[in-house]
Design a protein around this ligand. Structure first.
Ligand code: NAG
Ligand code: NAG
Ligand code: NAG
Ligand code: NAG
Ligand code: NAG
Ligand code: NAG
Ligand code: NAG
Length: 807
């Protein structure tokens, strides 16, 4: 009797152990393991643990050639996204390494030779502990008798915070030189701690804690990301995901570019979308471009060197730029060779280097500021703000450089007198320009590690920043409305992008605004333009972009558009927004009342009475020149228009010129291949295109100068240059035009050339200057003037009498 009971029990026991055995050998999801369990790196195909709902796994991952980490990752994400790593800085060998959960309840990772590289420490003494992976992503060693956690991975975050994971004064998120932590004044901050400098860059260090919307009174120093997508900290930071709500998998991660971003998982694609980011402008992170380097966001993050400086290490921007000229040697006193007279200054517009000021003076003139820097041996540059308050900051070392079109200040770089700035190429980016600015890529930061391949761990700038920008626009409104107080203090231009009124429109909205694309205003190569009225009553022009523009990915388009949306100059048509929904790509522009120049210049002959007066013509010429000069020389991205013609010069009611369609050339389909900025086919309009379009050379801003020369001539003559015929009825060729203009300039007989409809009502000195400039514009490329030169020459003739009669 008793014997049969015992036999029965044994059978049951062996059945149980058989079941246990088979389930583990089937390698199916283990959620919890007891002491004595282990996993060798050779068996890495099988995870160590899987969370009960399958969201997270824990086990070995390859991080390089024969280098492995013990990590927790998101199963649901495509390729798996690592959220925690035990041995981030000490990868183990691919043979013989092992993670084991010992009898003493200690989780330990051992390398091939038996060295323990990592342990999940427990206080010891407890028996019967288990290790499990929770649905939250928390790897926990617990005491099943009372359910208490003896050790948990949530207490040791690496670069990622998961929903419900508490962030406190002991924890830090770290990526490269960047970290997120609670400072000892109770404020949650981000720090760059690089090889050369260390500085806090978030929240904005130029503003007080309170101006940044934080407080330092609450010493609990706790932050938590909740399940609804709200990241809240005891210093009153409250960040909300744009897709606020339950049921979405999220993470908050600090990345190699120094930004902290919240991501939401797209359950259908397994991809991540940024739904919040701490820095609204990537260049706000310090250290990205190294010493002397300048960070720009245009539309991707780029680093560049100032004139006279070269990249210190072609593979790593963090090493910054070194000067090609001798810099002052202060330890040596002021030697005669380096006396104040031995220097001059080069202006870098809209640029600043944050911090490292040798002093600060207010209410002084530019010249006084310059003299300060000249007389200071340590001064390498000075910043002078153009806000009317005469603020002067001499700089010692140049770090954290950034450039932004909206930054109202310049840097003046101290260089030796003999230094030739024009010999240094400034580097531009545009319709066909040769890009000399090297983009910051993942490789540069050593992020693309070996053949990791399996999972997305390292952040790649290029792909994600586009998305970021969109989100930035979405969150920008929130920022603007809720943080007005910050605004005044964030005068450093890199925060000013937020004032841009650029926004995303829906197709429905624009369809309604244009009454189903009823009133056509004009059409051209890039699309048809319609009149529209937005909800607020603002009249706009809506352009439906032509097909080849739609070849671009949404994010790329967005990135490009936001750059254009930030360009703001009175002679350039403002871009208010953009719509991209499936095949619908539309641009929303400022509405300019008076149509384009061609209608006034060429159509007026038949029917319409009014001929453009001379003063209006000159005003248009001047405005156009200034607009182009701004595009070429001053704006964020040295945009080349590539299609200058009267159709693209719009006129306001007062006949002020506004250039339209700038930047669109860039949106057109380019060559495949990474950095390709060469065109596969020619841009522009026949009759206005520079001869070099036909040659196989990189295009630069001088193509616009050529086109401007033609337009200038047409404004003087009052008809299309392409319509001019020789006596034999043939179309005039460039050499003949040039010859005719030379003759006018030599003889001084400008009257014969000027539009007869003006009946002599014009200013001959202005007309002659226009002919001279036009002639110079049609020269061979290297001899053409720049738009800056042209705008200056035209301005010099601007204050003439309005309509002196021609005698
Ligand atoms: C074990 O190997 C690691 C790396 O492979 C090495 O750093 C360590 O010194 C070795 N330890 C011993 C005891 O050999
Ligand atoms: C401090 O912050 C914590 C966490 O946000 C909060 O629960 C607590 O009420 C705050 N204390 C005070 C005094 O505001
Ligand atoms: C997920 O991605 C797909 C494809 O890109 C997209 O259509 C869908 O809207 C996304 N879902 C969410 C919730 O973002
Ligand atoms: C500064 O001048 C001293 C004396 O001529 C020289 O020894 C030193 O190398 C110089 N330092 C630099 C950085 O040029
Ligand atoms: C400066 O460099 C440019 C381009 O190399 C050259 O054409 C010019 O003559 C130089 N100017 C001086 C003053 O050396
Ligand atoms: C761009 O400039 C670089 C350096 O001046 C040169 O090596 C390269 O060939 C140029 N590329 C093109 C397409 O002209
Ligand atoms: C996922 O892995 C595949 C193959 O290794 C790779 O081609 C793809 O780019 C990866 N996806 C992401 C989002 O990293």
């Amino acid at each position: 009797m008793a014997g049969s009971v015992i036999r029965c029990l044994t059978v049951q026991l062996s059945l149980v152990s058989l079941l246990l055995c088979s389930s583990s050998s089937m390698s199916m999801a283990q959620h919890t393991l007891g002491t004595g369990s282990s996993l060798s790196v050779e068996d890495r195909a099988r995870p160590f643990l899987v969370s009960p709902d399958g969201t997270f796994s824990c086990g070995f991952l390859q991080v390089g050639d024969n280098a492995f980490s013990f990590s927790v990752w998101y199963n649901a994400a495509k390729n798996g996204t690592v959220v925690w790593t035990a041995n981030r800085d000490a990868p183990v060998n691919g043979r013989g390494s092992k993670v084991s959960f010992g009898r003493d309840g200690e989780l330990a990772l051992a390398d091939t030779n038996g060295t323990t590289v990592w342990t999940g420490k427990t206080s010891g003494g407890k028996r019967g502990l288990t290790v499990s992976l929770r649905d939250t992503g928390n790897l926990v060693i617990e005491d099943p008798s009372d359910g208490s956690a003896v050790w948990q991975s949530f207490d040791w975050p690496t670069d990622t915070l998961l929903p419900s994971q508490r962030f406190n004064k002991q924890t830090k998120l770290v990526a490269g030189y960047y970290s997120l932590y609670f400072d000892n004044d109770n404020v949650l901050r981000m720090l760059y701690d690089g090889p050369e400098i260390a500085s806090i860059y978030w929240p904005f260090p130029g503003a007080s804690v309170f101006d940044n919307g934080r407080t330092n009174y609450n010493s609990s120093r706790i932050a938590i990301l909740d399940d609804a997508g709200v990241f809240q900290s005891s210093d009153q930071l409250k960040a909300e995901a744009t897709d606020l709500g339950l049921g979405i998998k999220r993470r908050l991660t600090i990345e190699q570019d120094g930004n902290v971003r919240m991501y939401s998982l797209n359950a259908s694609t397994g991809g991540w979308a940024v739904t919040w980011s701490a820095l609204k402008q990537p260049c706000q992170a310090h250290g990205l471009c190294g010493r002397n380097g300048i960070c720009e966001y245009q539309p991707k993050l780029r680093c560049s060197c100032p004139p006279g400086y070269v990249m210190a290490d072609r593979r790593d921007w963090r090493r910054g730029c070194t000067p090609t000229f001798p810099v002052g040697n202060c330890s040596h006193g002021s030697s005669p060779a380096l006396a104040p007279a031995g220097f001059k200054f080069i202006k870098l517009a809209h640029t600043d280097f944050y911090g490292f000021d040798l002093g600060y003076t207010e209410s002084i003139t530019y010249k006084q500021c310059r003299d300060q820097c000249l007389n200071m041996c340590l001064c390498t540059a000075f910043s002078y703000r153009l806000d009317g308050r005469g603020r002067c900051y001499p700089k010692g070392t140049l770090f954290n450089g950034f450039r932004s079109a909206n930054f109202a200040g310049n840097i003046y770089l101290k260089v030796p007198l003999g230094f030739n700035a024009s010999a240094q190429s400034a580097g531009g980016l545009s319709c066909g320009a040769n890009v000399t600015v090297v983009p910051v890529s993942a490789d540069v930061y050593g992020m693309a590690q070996g053949n990791s391949g399996q999972w997305t761990y390292f952040f790649v700038f290029a792909g994600v920043l586009g998305v970021l920008d969109i989100l930035f626009i979405a969150t920008g409104w929130w920022f603007l409305s809720s943080k007005q107080s910050i605004h005044g203090s964030l005068e450093a231009g890199y925060s000013m992008v937020m004032t841009s009124q650029f926004r995303r429109f829906t197709y429905r909205e624009l369809k309604a605004a244009t009454a189903n694309f009823k009133e056509e205003l004009g059409r051209g190569g890039s699309g048809v333009v319609y009149r529209g009225v937005l909800d607020g009553g603002k009249v706009v022009a809506v352009k439906r972009l032509a097909v080849d523009v739609t070849m671009h990915g949404d994010e790329e388009l967005w990135a490009e558009m936001t750059v254009l949306g930030r360009i703001n100059h009175m002679n350039l048509v403002r871009i208010w927004g953009f719509c991209s929904e499936r095949k619908h790509k539309l641009l929303v522009y400022e509405y300019v009342e008076n149509q384009s120049l061609d209608r006034h210049l060429f159509d007026a002959a038949d029917g319409k009475q009014t001929t453009l007066s001379w003063s209006d013509r000159y005003k248009i010429v001047l405005g156009t020149a200034r607009g182009l000069a701004y595009l070429h020389h001053e704006c964020l991205e040295w945009v080349i228009h590539c299609d200058m013609k009267p159709e693209n010069i719009l006129l306001t009611r007062e006949f002020d010129a506004k250039i339209a369609d700038f930047g669109l050339a860039k949106l057109s389909k380019r060559d495949g291949g990474g950095s390709g900025v060469e065109f596969t086919h020619m841009r522009g309009t026949s009759g206005y295109m520079a001869p070099e379009w036909a040659l196989n050379v990189p295009i630069n801003a001088k193509v616009d100068v050529y086109s401007f020369g033609i337009v200038l001539l047409e404004i003087v003559v009052g008809s299309r240059v392409a319509d001019q015929r020789t006596e034999a009825g043939e179309q005039l060729q460039l050499p003949q035009i040039v010859q005719a203009l030379r003759h006018v300039v030599d003889s001084g007989d400008v009257m014969s050339l000027v539009d007869a409809r003006l009946q002599g009502q014009f200013n001959p000195r202005q007309a002659m200057e226009m002919v001279r400039i036009s002639l110079a514009c049609l020269e061979e490329r290297s001899s053409r003037p720049t738009m800056d030169d042209i705008a200056k020459s035209l301005t010099a003739f601007d204050d003439e009498d309005e309509h002196p009669a021609y005698h």
